[in-house]
Design a protein around this ligand. Structure first.
Ligand SMILES: [Zn+2]
Length: 502
């Protein structure tokens, strides 16, 4: 099902009449989908699926799970119930009388907030695994290597059509939803024309997940960044009560960088940008002096920054997003986890690009925890004093949930399991072969689980994945479109499809 099939109050996006007409024209395969294929196992699963979840007034109870709320006031519960009504969490307690509400048996499951990815270039889904050995740029030492700047942005991105943007955004969104990543900040640097922008928004919104839509730049003569942000805001972001919100892309390397920031502030939008030491440096001192930095900014990577820049970042309250595995493998510099925490800042985690690394959040949490501990442990072995505290399982779950919500200015809605917040919840199977028996809930989540343990996924009260099966998604049909898009992109960019990096 797509957003256009739902009742108005369920809609993930406040679609204007113009947007609706465009959307209906492009419904295609999504319009006539049923929940499952006709297998008997699938039919048995749908029989137990609570109906109309997420709709106003509809209640259901998640019974008897281990609740990791990430809210100090709610606390942890070895066994507790979570009551949902409509889009929101109504109550969390050791035992709740469900009345005639539907009940989900969560015995042996971890019940926790959905993961939040604060920086993901989803338009690159068709290019998955292409750049598994690649660096960010060819800095002269690598002698013409296949790298991100030259190949992904320099060759592939240039030839994207709106339909390529659409299918990559939708497929990538569904994949993360399936893995329990209920919210994304889509950093779509693919706005070659307003039609590309409309296609990106449609792809994300049809997935039914929560998203901050990062309106970053594009390429070519029809590119309208940043001025088109006025139209986008008017057309798609008229309401605050919807699953998608708007973020202004304000990259320092753009010739119209000042204008992008000016427009963002004028339209009361948060502004995000990449900061990569040696490659993309923000003039922190100058911008702070002009009063331009604040809590409505989010910076990706922040590698290679000096103490003065960090002091300003901490004092102005900017948000941080670390793509730890990407930064390690693509030579962005050492992820500044120790520095950020030592400054009292609250980093979030991000997946960045699937052309080079998984967008799964267990990978992100494990990478952050093991890298920080590797650095601190080696310092300890080397006899250093005044060591930073080792990151713990709970620390990195905080990065992946509540800090992500803060970084995307969504912490009044999601990031913790808190009565009154919207119900973005994952149920993780602790009875599975790779996890049982659970002796520590945060320990099991961070050190043992993977996306196969993500059994049920809920966004704004609506069940989107049920007992291991993603709902409302014709994956086979969408994969066919994605493969066709991939073939077009390689052919038009004149890059050979070479499955073994020969
Ligand atoms: Zn990025």
């Amino acid at each position: 099902m797509c957003i256009f099939c739902r009742s108005a109050n369920e809609s993930s996006l406040n679609i204007s009449r113009r947007g609706l007409l465009k959307g209906v024209a492009g419904l295609g395969a999504l319009g006539a989908m049923s929940y499952f294929s006709n297998s008997s196992a699938a039919l048995a699963q749908t029989a137990s699926l609570p109906r109309q979840t997420g709709a106003e007034g509809v209640r259901y109870l998640i019974r008897g799970g281990s609740v990791l709320s990430m809210d100090a006031a709610v606390g942890d519960h070895d066994v507790a119930d979570v009551l949902i009504e409509g889009k929101k969490i109504l109550a969390i307690a050791p035992h709740i009388d469900a009345g005639d509400a539907a009940v989900i048996d969560a015995a042996g499951r971890v019940v926790m907030p959905g993961f939040i990815d604060t920086h993901h270039h989803q338009f690159e889904t068709a290019l998955r695994s292409f750049l598994s050995n690649g660096l960010l740029a060819d800095n002269g030492q690598e002698n013409g290597s296949v790298n991100y700047m030259d190949y992904i942005l320099g060759r592939f991105a240039k030839v994207y059509r709106p339909e390529d943007v659409y299918i990559s955004e939708l497929f990538g969104s569904l994949s993360q939803l399936d893995a329990g990543v209920t919210t994304v900040h889509d950093v779509s640097q693919i706005h070659h024309s307003p039609a590309h922008t409309d296609a990106a928004i449609r792809g994300i919104s049809e997935s039914g997940r929560r998203a901050a839509f990062g309106y970053f730049e594009g390429q070519g003569k029809d590119m309208r960044h940043p001025e088109d942000v006025r139209r986008i805001k008017d057309e798609y972001f008229g309401s605050k009560d919807q699953l998608m919100t708007l973020v202004m892309g304000g990259e320092v390397y753009l010739p119209n960088f000042e204008r992008a920031w000016q427009l963002g502030r004028e339209l009361d939008l948060p502004i995000a940008a990449h900061v990569v030491g040696g490659a993309i440096n923000l003039p922190f001192e100058q911008m702070a002096g002009e009063g331009k930095l604040g809590p409505d900014n989010l910076f990706f990577h922040m590698t290679g920054q000096d103490d003065a820049a960090w002091r300003i970042a901490a004092d102005t309250g900017v948000g941080l997003s670390f793509a730890v595995p990407i930064e390690m493998t693509m030579r962005h510099g050492t992820p500044p986890l120790i520095k950020a925490v030592s400054m009292g800042m609250k980093p979030s985690l991000s997946t960045d690009v699937e052309c080079t690394m998984s967008a799964d959040f267990f990978t992100q949490m494990r990478s952050a925890m093991t890298l920080q501990r590797a650095l601190v442990n080696q310092a300890a072995i080397d006899g250093k004093n005044d060591l930073p505290a080792l990151l713990t399982d709970r620390d990195v779950i905080e990065f992946a949930t509540v800090n992500g919500a803060k970084a995307l200015w969504l912490d009044d809605k999601v990031g913790t399991l808190t009565p009154g917040k919207e119900a973005d919840i994952v149920l993780l199977d602790g009875t599975a072969l790779n996890v049982a028996p659970i002796n520590s809930v945060p320990g099991a989540v961070v050190t043992l689980m993977d996306r196969t343990n993500v059994e049920t996924v809920i966004v704004a009260g609506k069940i989107r994945k049920w007992q291991g099966q993603l709902l409302d998604a014709d994956i086979d049909g969408l994969r066919t479109k994605l493969v066709a898009s991939r073939d077009y992109l390689f052919e038009t960019a004149n890059i050979e499809q070479d499955l073994f990096h020969k």
